[in-house]
Design a binder for this molecule. Sequence first.
Ligand SMILES: Nc1ncnc2c1ncn2[C@@H]1O[C@H](COP(=O)(O)OP(=O)(O)OP(=O)(O)O)[C@@H](O)[C@H]1O
Ligand SMILES: [Mg+2]
Length: 333
Amino acid sequence: MGEVVEAGSLEGIASTTMKKLHKAGLVTLESIAVTPPREIVELTGMGADTAMKVSALARLKVDPGFVSATEMLEMRSHMRRCRTGSNELDRILGGGVETGVITELIGEFGSGKTQICYTLSVLAQMPVEEGGLGGRVCVIDTESTFLPERIVQIAEARGYDSREVLSNILIARAYNSEHQIILIKNLPQVCQEHDVKLVIVDSMIGHFRGEYIGRGTLAERQQKLGNALGNLLRVAEAFNLAVVLTNQVQAKPDTAYGDPNKPAGGHVMAHACTHRMYLRRGRANTRLAQIIDSPYLPEVKVRIAITPAGITDEDGGLPAMGDEDEVKPRDEE
Ligand SMILES: Nc1ncnc2c1ncn2[C@@H]1O[C@H](COP(=O)(O)OP(=O)(O)OP(=O)(O)O)[C@@H](O)[C@H]1O
Ligand SMILES: [Mg+2]
């Protein structure tokens, strides 16, 4: 996956067209396949018909449409999981944060969403044998809360070389929702060039909520949000990388009992995200994490802690490295 496409490898496409694609940074089948034709036109200046043809051919090569369930299982076997820093959290996630799908962290302010993102940015870089994803990390920060100092602290507390860890994290500040959308659209190229294995968007929804106010704008907001989420999902699949998004909660006006909060972003967000984790404040430095709406993970609740080493189990102990048994999903319960 991710091999540079040469002229001729897309049958029927002229070498001058291939050159235009390369010049625009669309150097791999995956990046061509995930870029909408309209955008290929904008980027390369080629005609719309050619762009459609190129896009369709690339998509066919990358994704042949229907696949047998056997092949699907084969594809899923390339799925990797990234440790979160807490064995308990890994356990309820079925072993860690999955590649190929979107995982959503939902919670009110201070519930630990960004702290999980920090910890993942350090651990995802580690080799697969150590529970990482063995690649770089790309962070789209919409709230300007992602600080390198905290990365250094977490890396050092875990005994890693903080300078090396920092050098493997690419951070982009998104100033508004349009900028965020552009950064997401550019991900195929960035992920290809920098061997990214984890993409974080913290927060996915903040700008959208802030900018589209009032009922009349909701449809447009949801459409743009949906498109951006679609792009993220395609990147997750095409590059077999993990995507982690954060989301806030909003008050449900009509709640008489139970939790008065619900995730923002409505159905669009709910459908795009495969695994959703709900975070709540617990006593002292602990937080309660619970999986909600997952296709196969049970809705169990665990307690985690926020420490100088980032996210850990409640007792603050760092998870044992390379201890496979600790992170296997427990079937019988
Ligand atoms: N170095 C640290 N050691 C221990 N706890 C920390 C450290 N840094 C931050 N925290 C704790 O993490 C909490 C903040 O968590 P976090 O920033 O992840 O919240 P969040 O869910 O992202 O909130 P928001 O919605 O406002 O972005 C605070 O309670 C803070 O005390
Ligand atoms: Mg935050």
